[in-house]
Each structure stands twice: as structure tokens, then as C-alpha cells.
Write a new protein. Sequence first.
Length: 193
Amino acid sequence: MEAAAALATGIVLAASAGLRAFLPVFAAALGARFLGMPVPDYLAWIASPATLIIFGAATVFEILGDKIPVVDNALDAIQSVTKPLLAALAATPFIFQFAPEHAAALGLAVGVPLALGVHAAKATVRAGSTATTAGAVNPLLSVVEDALVIVAVVLAFVLPLLALLLTALLLGQLVRAARAVWRRRVASRPPAA
């Protein structure tokens, strides 16, 4: 994989981890195992069968759990910590192809803020959905998020530069939606006495 494509793939997987923590890491593990993607020695474990099973199971549990009201909010709270770390893990093998000597540092520098930003915007939209629909629309939002992440991950491997462009456009839309929810929440607050 050429350097620009590898970097684009890493960025897309890191951003995707802000919506689904485990799917991008599972995809990176599959890439390392079955596509022969080079990984740093300290991440060689990512291509092991046990790792694939663990990340595969975690992906399934996360996707299913996110469809259950209350559980989805608990996942969001827990994943405020795990998503940034998993984003860095998903990005690092690809950034390794771009800059082996700085892969871990760049993985953290790229993955953590991207995942945190996406997660914060998603959580804001979800909070607005919960407040206005009592959580009834959250499972539908979850399915849309699943589809977006799956498409982003597939495109990241097949057409990484296009995936990066589409991810940037979708992030812009997500931020706009989060801002709209935030403005409505602020506008609906009673004035301070």
C-alpha cells in the first residue's frame, strides 16, 4: 500500500472508531492477518487468531448492544475512554506503512482526537434523539451508524483516498447535526433567574 493510501486508511479507521470502537480494529486485524499488511513488531499480536476472535466478538456485542435503549447510553459513557485508544490501535498499522519510526506516536496523535471528536458529536446527536423521542429513534440511528462505518471501512481498504474525502464530508454533516442539537437544547432552557 502506498504511503498516501496507507495514511488515508488509518485516518478513516480512526474516525470510524468514533462511531464503532471495535469494527475498525477488527478490520485492521483482518488486514494484517489476511492481506499481509505490515505491522510493527509490537503489534504483531493483532494478526493472531485469538485477537481476531476477541475483536470479532466485541464488534458483534457492540453492534447489538447499541440497539438497546439504556445500553446504548451506557456504551457511550464507557466508550468515551475506549474509542480513542482503539482508534489509535486501528490507525497505527497503516501509519506504520507511512512512517514506521513514528507510527505509535502518530497513531495516538491522529486516532485519539478524531475518535473523541466523532464520539462527542455522535453522543450529542444521540442525547438529542433520546430527549426528543425518549430513545425510540436511537436504534435507527445505530443502524445508520453501522452502515456508515461498514462502508467507510470497506472503502478505506479499496479506495482509501475516496474514503478519506467521504469521511471528511460525513464528519462535517455530523458536526452540523450535533451543533443543531446543542443549539436546540440551549434555546429550550429556561432563562436564569
